[in-house]
Design a protein around this ligand. Structure first.
Ligand SMILES: Cc1cc2nc3c(=O)[nH]c(=O)nc-3n(C[C@H](O)[C@H](O)[C@H](O)COP(=O)(O)OP(=O)(O)OC[C@H]3O[C@@H](n4cnc5c(N)ncnc54)[C@H](O)[C@@H]3O)c2cc1C
Length: 253
């Protein structure tokens, strides 16, 4: 039985209220919100929640946020990037305080998930905060002591914009089965010997697993990023059915 087969049927997921346990600064534009759910029956790495804000006049706004924490943790971590002029992200970054109640529902998503029972190798490609669901996969891989070969290409403007950088570097340092590559699109340190510029076919070809190893591929980030990476992967000969994508474009209303 695969992990997907084992997913419980969840036709209707109820809204619930969680308590904000902590708020962490990740980068100048990104914070992680640590949420204590009232009830939680667990999630799969890669799933997300919907957050609902309600104004005093009854106006509501809903947006989706991936879960960055692994299923092994009781508290949920959501990592939110500021979208200039954004209704919900601005509230979450500027107004929300520790101890506040936050309405949310989840876990949601059955397609973009990975767990150690699925095996590997896994090839992860993140653009910006698209790292969030992939981080849940890597944290789960580490916490469950899975030795699944994994490769992450993480595209960010600069090293300072790389969310979870210290944790990722520490993970990669003592794990021979994990390869971590940053692609810095705007600013590179003067001594930078890694990739600079956008992710291209050569970078993908050099850091993926061979097609015959049949890697499970997960690509997450802004819509344009996801589409460009997916078409390069198909051009490189990877099976389109092995490529799972999550687009962080505008959501909700
Ligand atoms: C499945 C899923 C998971 C997601 N997970 C995360 C996550 O882990 N972390 C995270 O920060 N975001 C995530 N998002 C994006 C998130 O749902 C919101 O779209 C985002 O926070 C912007 O909402 P807002 O209300 O602040 O902006 P809005 O008020 O909706 O939009 C303001 C302006 O910004 C544009 N815009 C909206 N969203 C984006 C965007 N993502 N990028 C660029 N421009 C945008 C709009 O077109 C509009 O012009 C996810 C989206 C999906 C669908």
């Amino acid at each position: 039985m695969t992990a997907t087969d084992a997913l419980p049927q969840q036709p209707r997921i109820a809204w619930q209220t969680g308590r904000v346990h902590a708020i962490l600064d990740e980068t100048s534009r990104v914070k992680s919100i640590i949420l204590e759910p009232a009830t939680w029956s667990g999630h799969w790495p890669g799933q997300h929640v919907d957050i609902r804000l309600t104004a005093e006049d009854g106006y509501q706004a809903e947006r989706s946020y991936s879960i960055a924490s692994p299923p092994e943790e009781k508290l949920l971590t959501l990592t939110v990037e500021r979208v200039d002029g954004g209704e919900v992200s601005s509230y979450l970054l500027d107004e929300l305080r520790v101890g506040d109640a936050l309405e949310f529902r989840g876990p949601i998503g059955r397609h973009f998930i990975w767990s150690r029972t699925r095996g590997g190798p896994i090839f992860l490609v993140a653009g910006g905060t698209g790292i969030t669901p992939l981080m849940a996969m890597l944290r789960h891989r580490r916490r469950s002591l899975a030795h699944t070969p994994a490769s992450l290409i993480y595209s960010v403007r600069s090293l300072a914009d790389a969310v979870y950088r210290d944790e990722l570097d520490a993970m990669a340092q003592d794990d021979r089965d994990l390869r971590l590559v940053y692609a810095l699109t705007r600013e590179q340190p003067s001594n930078w010997s890694g990739h600079w510029g956008r992710v291209n076919e050569m970078l993908l070809a050099n850091n993926s697993f061979a097609r015959e190893h049949d890697p499970s591929i997960f690509v997450c980030g802004p819509t344009g990023f996801v589409e460009s990476i997916s078409s390069m992967l198909v051009k490189l000969g990877f099976d389109p059915f092995s490529i799972k994508t999550e687009r962080f474009g505008p959501s909700g209303g």
